[in-house]
Design a protein around this ligand. Structure first.
Ligand SMILES: Cc1ncc(COP(=O)(O)O)c(C=O)c1O
Length: 352
C-alpha cells in the first residue's frame, strides 16, 4: 500500500516548526505509541522477547526495501560507530583509507583510532579525484552532517572501481530522503534516529556478500547466532552466515518504536520524500535568494543568537560549524518554510 505525503503528515504532531531532522527525526504517531506501549508492557510484565524479535524483523525488512537490498544483507546494531568500527577492524595493518576532512567523527575516528592504518583526509569535493591505486577503502558520508553537501557518489563509485578500492558510505543523513546506490557500494552504514524517524538506538549495516563476509564478528553474541534461541549457551561458535552474523542484540523499545516509522517511509516511498524535501529546501533557498540546491539540508551564515531567536518564536533549527542548519523532511510544509523565512529576514540581511 502506498500513501501520499499529506496522509503521512497526519502522523506527525510537533509542538514547534521543526527544521532539525539532521539532529533527530520526529516520531510519527504510530512509532511513538509503539515505543510507549512497549514501556507500559515492560512495567506490567507483559513485554516478551518475541515482540523484540518481530520488531527487528519488521525493521530489517522495511529498511532493506527502502534502500533496495535483500534483508539477508542487512545487520542491525545500536550506533553507527559500532559498524564503522567493524569496517576499520577488518583492514590489515598498513591499509590506506581515504576520508573527507569535514566528515562526522563516527565515520573518521574508528579509522584514526588505529595508528597502523594510513588515513588520508581530503576536502569532500576532491575525494573522487583523490582515489588512486594506493587506496584500499573510501569511507565517506553520502550527505554531510554539518552542511548537507551531497557526495558525488557516481564519481566515487567510478573512481573506486577503476582503482580497486572499496567504498563505505555513511547514509545517516541521507537514507530516508535521498535515493542511494546501496547495491553498488561495498558497505553502507545508517543511523536510524534522523531521516529514518526512529528513536535513538537503531542502526543498520548493509553490503555485498563479499564485503560483509570480510568483517570480523568482533561482538558476536547469541543474537548473531545461526538460530538465535539455540545460541544462548556454550560452545561451539555457531553464527548466522548472512548479515545477521554482525547483529548486536536489540534495545527492544527502540526497535519496537522504529518499525512503524520505517514502514511509513516505505509506504510513502523515497522518491516522493525526495521530491517533497527538496521542494521545501529549495523554497527556503529561493526565499533567501540562493540558487536551487540538491540537499534537504540548508546551511547559512547568520549572526550569533539567530537559532535562539528562532527557538523563541517556536522554530527549531541547529547551529553547526558556526552556521544555521535547517533540515526539511516529511512532516514539514510550505508554511513551515515561510515562517522560518519571515523570522530570518532581518538576521540574514544583517549577516550580509
Ligand atoms: C553522518 C553521521 N553519521 C553518524 C552519526 C551518528 O553516529 P553514532 O550513531 O555513532 O552516534 C551522525 C550524527 O549526527 C551523522 O551525522
Amino acid at each position: 500500500m502506498s500513501i501520499s505525503i499529506s496522509d503521512a503528515q497526519r502522523e506527525f504532531a510537533p509542538g514547534v516548526v521543526f527544521l532539525n531532522t539532521a539532529s533527530y527525526g520526529l516520531a510519527p504517531r504510530a512509532g511513538h505509541e509503539a515505543m510507549l506501549a512497549s514501556e507500559r508492557d515492560r512495567a506490567a510484565g507483559r513485554l516478551t522477547t518475541a515482540m523484540g524479535d518481530e520488531a527487528v524483523a519488521r525493521c530489517r525488512a522495511a529498511y532493506a526495501a527502502l534502500i533496495g537490498v535483500p534483508p539477508q544483507r542487512v545487520a542491525i546494531g545500536p550506533q553507527v560507530a559500532y559498524f564503522v568500527g567493524l569496517v576499520a577492524a577488518s583492514l590489515p595493518s598498513g591499509a590506506s583509507v581515504l576520508v573527507a576532512e569535514e566528515d562526522f567523527t563516527s565515520v573518521l575516528f574508528p579509522f584514526l583510532a588505529r595508528p597502523d592504518l594510513t588515513v588520508r583526509a581530503v576536502p569532500l569535493d576532491k575525494i573522487a579525484g583523490a582515489v588512486d591505486s594506493a587506496v584500499d577503502l573510501v569511507a565517506v558520508s553520502a550527505v554531510q552532517s554539518a552542511d548537507g553537501r551531497v557526495a558525488a557518489m557516481e564519481d566515487l563509485i567510478g573512481a573506486a572501481r577503476a582503482h580497486g578500492a572499496r567504498i563505505m558510505l555513511d547514509a545517516t543523513q541521507a537514507a530516508g530522503w535521498l535515493p542511494l546506490p546501496a547495491d553498488r557500494v561495498d558497505l553502507m552504514v545508517t543511523g536510524g534516529y534522523k531521516w529514518l524517524l526512529g528513536p535513538r538506538g537503531t542502526a543498520f549495516l548493509s553490503g555485498t556478500e563479499e564485503a560483509l563476509a570480510s568483517l570480523p564478528a568482533m561482538a558476536a553474541s547469541w543474537y548473531s547466532g545461526a538460530d538465535v534461541w539455540d545460541s544462548l549457551y556454550g560452545p561451539p561458535l555457531r553464527l548466522a552466515t548472512n548479515g545477521r552474523r554482525l547483529d548486536l542484540s536489540p534495545a527492544w523499545q527502540s526497535w519496537l518504536g522504529h518499525a512503524p516509522a520505517l514502514e511509513l517511509l516505505q509506504q510513502v516511498g523515497v522518491q516522493a520524500v525526495h521530491e517533497h524535501d527538496l521542494a521545501l529546501a529549495n523554497r527556503f533557498r529561493a526565499g533567501l535568494e540562493l540558487p536551487p540546491g540538491d540537499s534537504a539540508i540548508v546551511s547559512l551564515p547568520v549572526p550569533d543568537g539567530t537559532a535562539e531567536l528562532l527557538a523563541e518564536a517556536g522554530v527549531v533549527a541547529a547551529v553547526r560549524d558556526g552556521r544555521l542548519r535547517c533540515s526539511f523532511h516529511l512532516s514539514n510544509t510550505a508554511a513551515d518554510v515561510d515562517r522560518a523565512l519571515e523570522l530570518l529576514a532581518a538576521p540574514v540581511a544583517a549577516a550580509r
